[in-house]
Design a protein around this ligand. Structure first.
Ligand SMILES: Nc1ncnc2c1ncn2[C@@H]1O[C@H](COP(=O)(O)OP(=O)(O)OP(=O)(O)O)[C@@H](O)[C@H]1O
Length: 319
């Protein structure tokens, strides 16, 4: 389990992480999602003691990383896949890491097999593709058979087979009861990998909730309704606080209430609905809406919409 309390990191005038508190639970994959520069890597680096917090604390399995006698057995981290001695072979890199932490060569062979590195294990790391480098980074993280895994952008540079492999690995490790914390900016991947999401923007937690709650969150559900009796239906819906957007004659998009409630209102009043379609919000839509105000680097041009003004975030999810 990872627990952060009031964690902050300032670099001079820049506040990279701003008073964040969260818990990453065992037995689940927790996704750490946020736009570029949001503070994901800085937070992860503080968890494993590579950056010192300007304020606050963070513990892994109840103690700060540095206090653990055998930290590789507590937490394995993939933070920067390129941070390896490029002239060494993958095998020797893992052996050197293992030797300094009292880990057996048997375990080195196990993680090589687990990460599919056998064909390149004796090759120099300097010649590795990005994907092979990621696999090696994950092998290092797994070396101590830790109960907590922190993976910063683990699918970066992986081909589809590699992405699927990371997904299955993360889910398998969580199913064994481990704590799995992984960052990504690939929302679609998070949607199928993570059980729980922590969303960060400009150093602050924007949402911390099960994935489905983020997708369903705060009355963002919309329903498309077609009826010939709009004059009878719409005032009732409005009276109950629903928002109505007219798409065309007799066709409306309703938010602020769910499809079932609309069906019940129509049934009670014997209003014929010829269409009632809940609109599925993708995680990507939910994420874009959540982080709209918190993107550090905005793109201009070729966007479908102009940069939108501030909008309320999902209720109950902003910390
Ligand atoms: N060593 C540093 N010195 C100064 N500023 C830093 C340093 N490290 C990070 N920052 C700044 O802190 C903010 C958070 O950076 P961080 O790398 O944690 O974000 P991130 O969410 O991991 O982004 P990305 O997805 O782009 O990797 C950014 O504005 C970044 O420029």
């Amino acid at each position: 389990m990872i627990e952060a309390h009031g964690l902050s990191k300032r670099y001079g005038a820049k506040t990279a992480v701003d008073n964040v508190s969260f818990t990453v639970q065992p037995g689940k994959v927790t996704g750490f999602l946020g736009p570029n520069g949001a503070g994901k890597s800085t937070t992860m680096r503080m968890i494993v003691g590579l950056d010192r917090p300007s304020a606050g604390t963070v513990t892994v399995n109840g103690a700060p990383y540095a206090r653990h006698k055998a930290p590789l057995h507590e937490v394995g981290a993939l933070l920067d896949a390129k941070a390896v001695h490029t002239r060494r072979s993958a095998y020797n890199h893992l052996r050197a890491m293992a030797a300094t932490h009292g880990i057996s060569n048997k375990r080195v062979n196990e993680v090589i097999e687990l990460t599919g590195l056998e064909p390149v294990a004796k090759k120099r790391v300097g010649g590795f593709s990005l994907g092979m480098g990621q696999r090696l980074g994950i092998a290092v993280a797994m070396l101590g058979d830790p109960s907590t895994l922190i993976l910063d952008e683990p699918v970066n540079g992986l081909d589809p087979e590699g992405v699927l492999w990371v997904r299955n690995l993360a889910r398998g490790l969580a199913a064994e009861g481990r704590t799995v914390f992984l960052s990504s900016h690939l929302m679609s991947e998070m949607a199928v990998t993570a059980d729980h999401l922590i969303v960060i923007g400009r150093g602050r937690i924007i949402a911390d909730a099960p994935i489905q709650d983020i997708i369903d969150g705060g009355g963002r559900q919309r329903t498309r309704v077609r009826t010939d009796n709009a004059a009878d239906l719409l005032p009732v819906l409005e009276g109950q606080g629903a928002e109505i957007n007219r798409l065309e004659d007799g066709l409306f998009e309703i938010s602020g209430t769910d499809s079932r409630a609309i069906a019940e209102i129509a049934l009670d009043r014997r209003i014929l609905l010829t269409e009632l379609t809940p609109i599925q919000v993708s995680l990507e839509d939910a994420y874009m809406e959540l982080t709209r105000d918190d993107v550090e680097y905005k793109s201009h041009g070729f966007s479908q919409e102009p940069a939108a003004a501030a909008e309320p975030v999902v209720e109950g999810t902003r910390a």
